[in-house]
Design a protein around this ligand. Structure first.
Ligand code: GLU
Length: 410
């Protein structure tokens, strides 16, 4: 990824400039602490040996243990994992939770393997990164194409070596020490941030038009909660394509359909549209909740939304973000919007360490409070310094890491 197309590095540069950080400090905070690449050999169901490459990048642990998910995707490489690990440092800092940032991944298309093959691959990967992780060192979690089942295998593998250790990963099933509210947390946080944005941007939440790209864990729960707030979700999409209804889709039924079938395909409401058509729809909020760089040079000019709420990690490239700023289309950045997931991961870890369980209401109340506080903090800086929300978010996050770094380094 070039630095102009990488949203993290261009926002980082602008934010450190605004904060007036010295170049040597800016460099120290930008460089990852450690990068591990591992070979992951595993046996396929037919007895053949398969080898894939896995990564764990630990970006910064000044404010607490490294924290971040592990994704399985054919596009995963060291550059992507590094950039996502860096985002996690700013995300945990922005939400003021006591973690640093890390990320992991395996460059593999998981749809090509059976469940038993994925289990053997997952266990082997976790064993390979065992020397660098730990309950107070580095705590992985789910990300693209990994879920509570994969976390169970990770937790079991680690516990076989080190003894029962639920706090080694978050995003676990409830039966194994997972937290109430974790599965819905990223989507819920996205909905809360959209609600706060609507207030500041003078958009009436009731009946405002929302378009969501991606209907996985994040997109589907964001749709569910925004629908409950009274928003009209006029279009959604997944890898099978998009669905559009100008009067608003029946989200509760679509949510159930997707939960059962793992796709929106086959749902009997809405006109079928392409991904490009979906991005070009006129709406109040466009929520990209799929993969990185979804909004880029090739499609940015077609956008007709008022605000982009970045539910995925890095869905708007740096160049596209500059064009949107000129057109006065606001971007509410990923490190704020999708921070609900890692926030409830933190709550899960705290419950595991205390061997105690909170109710769903307690979790949701604390999540809501964290998200609203972070939003207000960013909005205040945006107004004070006349900068976009993305730069304001990075300024708050970098400043907090920098203060801790300064105290520790002397
Ligand atoms: N993968 C999620 C993210 O990008 C969650 C990470 C976590 O819970 O540690 O924020």
């Amino acid at each position: 990824m070039s630095s102009s197309s990488n949203p993290t590095s261009s926002a980082y540069k602008k934010a450190v400039e605004k904060l007036g950080l010295k170049p040597n400090i800016a460099r120290a905070l930008e460089l990852p602490d450690r990068e591990l690449t591992v070979e992951v050999p595993f046996r396929k169901d037919n007895g053949e040996l398969e080898s894939v490459i896995g990564f764990r990048v630990q970006h910064n642990n000044t404010r607490g243990p490294f924290k971040g998910g592990i994704r399985y995707h054919q596009h995963v490489d060291i550059d992507e994992v590094r950039s996502l690990a860096t985002l996690m440092t700013w995300k945990t800092s922005l939400l003021d939770i006591p973690y640093g940032g890390g990320k992991g991944g395996i460059g593999v298309d998981p749809t090509k393997f059976s469940k038993t093959e994925l289990e053997r691959m997952s266990r082997r990967f976790f064993r390979a990164i065992d020397p660098v992780i730990g309950v107070n060192v580095d705590i992985p979690a789910p990300d693209v194409n990994t879920n509570a089942q994969v976390m169970s295998w990770f937790m079991d593998e680690y516990s076989q070596i080190h003894g029962y250790s639920p706090a080694i990963v978050t995003g676990k099933p409830l039966e194994l020490g997972g937290s109430e509210g974790r599965e819905a947390a990223t989507g819920k946080g996205t909905a809360v941030i959209t609600r706060e944005t609507s207030e500041k941007w003078g958009i009436d939440l009731k009946n405002c038009k929302v378009v969501i790209q991606g209907f996985g864990n994040v997109g589907s729960y964001a749709a569910k909660f925004l629908h409950e707030y009274g928003c009209k979700i006029i279009a959604v999409s997944d890898v099978s394509g998009g669905l559009f209804d100008p009067d608003g889709l029946d989200i509760p039924s679509l949510f159930d359909h997707n939960y059962q079938n793992r796709t929106i395909d086959g749902f009997d409401q809405g006109k079928k549209i392409t991904n490009e058509e979906l991005l070009a729809l006129e709406c109040d909020f466009l929520i990209p909740a799929a993969l990185g760089s979804a909004i880029n040079d090739s499609n940015v000019d077609s956008l007709k939304c008022k605000v982009i709420v970045e539910a995925a990690n890095g869905p708007v490239t740096g160049d596209a973000a500059n064009k949107l700023w000129e057109r006065k289309i606001a971007i509410i950045p990923d490190i704020l919007t999708n921070a609900g997931g890692v926030t409830v991961s933190y709550f899960e870890w705290v419950q595991n360490l205390q061997q105690f369980k909170w109710t769903e209401d307690e979790v949701n109340k604390k999540l809501e409070e964290k998200m609203v506080n972070a939003f207000d903090e960013v909005y205040t800086i945006k107004k004070e310094k006349s900068v976009p929300m993305r730069i304001a978010s990075f300024m708050v996050a970098i400043d907090r890491v920098h203060s801790a770094y300064h105290l520790r380094e002397g």
